[in-house]
Design a binder for this molecule. Structure first.
Ligand SMILES: Nc1ncnc2c1ncn2[C@@H]1O[C@H](COP(=O)(O)OP(=O)(O)OP(=O)(O)O)[C@@H](O)[C@H]1O
Ligand SMILES: [Mg+2]
Length: 279
């Protein structure tokens, strides 16, 4: 099986890395793909948004334990959706890793272990920095997704991220490629927001996903319910996650996911993938 690994990264904080990792992971799981989410951020927001205490049952650990040779478990948090949890201890590990010779490739080496083989998709959430943890995640994945907010200074830091990506490709892992930029927390009303979106589009061109994720209180509600927006009956953000998810699968698998019963947008082989003008 050809496993797909996607890292969500942007050194800017609060742009939607965790939100998109979770929501797209849930979307892929509803398609029937087996999905592992890796919470590689010491803030552990992804973990908390999906489970109270993911290791409560078995007592086995998450990322920290896995990277330090202890017992760990990928916990099933929803059907087809598994989580390797994050923990504040990852911040300590990041400091100690710097002295190690394999500091930047630990996660990639871990993912070679047989317990990770059954997953069709591995989605990795990263901290808002370009430190050792983020470079580990970039080195372990083949696809990079950059979530961006249409706010002033949104492009700030992106050059640093792209320069890190170039270094990772050159020095450690040539397999990494930019899959796309996803605009998150979009509010179409202010003119400035639309201008910033245009600026992002002119910098990244076709790399920008045609559908945005709107700013909506539904996102916070989904976190409170630990279920994700796919569990909502209907609504704009659920629709947008499906559009973004369809685009993600198209870009990775080269064809549209056909699941008529899960979202009524698919008619036979024809799928309503949004065009740029619909954004
Ligand atoms: N589309 C949205 N609409 C409304 N709120 C959102 C949206 N996307 C994210 N948020 C909220 O904004 C906050 C930051 O989002 P998120 O945690 O996904 O960003 P992040 O890039 O992972 O942040 P960090 O850099 O701290 O890890 C969260 O409280 C989240 O619920
Ligand atoms: Mg986050």
């Amino acid at each position: 099986m050809n496993q797909k690994r996607i890292v969500f990264s942007n050194q800017k904080g609060g742009v939607g890395k965790t939100t998109l990792t979770r929501e797209l992971g849930i979307y892929l799981a509803t398609l029937g793909r087996s999905v592992l989410l890796i919470d590689f951020d010491p803030q552990a927001n992804l973990t908390r948004s999906l489970a109270d205490d993911p290791s409560a049952g078995s007592g086995a650990g998450g990322c920290y334990e896995a990277l330090t040779g202890q017992r760990y478990e990928q916990v099933e948090v929803q059907k087809n959706l598994f989580l390797l949890s994050g923990d504040i201890k990852m911040a300590v590990l990041e400091k100690s890793l710097i002295a190690e010779i394999d500091a930047y490739t630990r996660l990639g080496e871990l993912l070679e272990h047989g317990s990770f083989h059954p997953f069709e998709y591995i989605l990795i959430d990263t901290p808002p920095s370009l430190g050792v943890l983020t470079v580990n995640a970039l080195t372990a994945a083949e696809h990079l997704v950059i979530p961006m907010n249409p706010s002033l200074y949104s492009m700030q830091g992106t050059n640093d991220l792209m320069s890190t990506v170039r270094k990772v490709k050159k020095g450690l892992y040539p397999g990494l490629g930019l899959l796309g930029v996803i605009i998150n927390a979009y509010d179409s009303v202010p003119v400035i927001t639309r201008q910033i979106r245009d600026e992002i589009c002119s910098s990244f061109g076709e790399m920008v996903f045609p559908s945005v994720l709107s700013k909506s209180i539904r996102i916070e509600e989904a976190i409170a319910l630990q279920s994700g927006v796919m569990a909502l009956q209907k609504g704009r953000v659920k629709d947008e996650i499906i559009r973004i998810g369809v685009e993600l699968v198209c870009r990775i698998e080269g064809s549209v996911p056909v699941t008529p019963e899960q979202h009524g947008r698919v008619r036979g082989a024809e799928v309503l993938v949004p065009s740029k003008t619909e954004v």
